[in-house]
Write a protein that binds this ligand. Sequence first.
Ligand code: PLP
Length: 195
Amino acid sequence: MTLTAVTKTQAEAAVDAALAWGQRVFGENRVQEAQARWTGARRATQGLELRLIGPLQSNKAADAVALFDVIETVDRDRIVDALAEAAAKAGTGNGRGLRVLVQVNTGAEPQKAGVHPKQADALIARARAAGLAVEGLMCIPPPDEEPGMHFALLARIAARNGLPVLSMGMSGDFETAVRFGATHVRLGTALFGAR
Ligand SMILES: *Cc1c(COP(=O)(O)O)cnc(C)c1O
């Protein structure tokens, strides 16, 4: 299981402390904030893996492809197309494709990012057809519901699509997520304290 350290809005000193203790996998919410932070020696850290876990606008696709190793928030056709185009231009992935996860709105919440669970299979197929390396799925359960059923739904969609990676579980619910098969938990507050 991989711990993704979520550094959004954290002080630079907290990020450097995490690097010093050996943390190498980081999640960032915003392309611009991440661009400002991950430069120079930090960016050059051996083994560093940067994962975008926040919503992506298609006009930021090229910037995201240039900075991130994995984009976890693919949730609509437009983003698939924008990422595929940006990755092709940048020559990302050595022909194996840009590494992505599809974000699923497991609670079908109206305002929330993520593809509706019923449309997930189609979006996964489209992303694969566009040449993206779809590694798995990501979700953020509704805050007021038992998270286990959402994690179970994500695991089912992943299994029927042959996807090994499940990015699920945050500070408040990661123990449940691990029980349901999370391969990546995304922890901010539990690691760094309140934002
Ligand atoms: C902020 C954030 C996290 C980390 O949240 P914590 O509750 O602080 O652990 C994880 N995933 C996403 C998508 C986030 O935006």
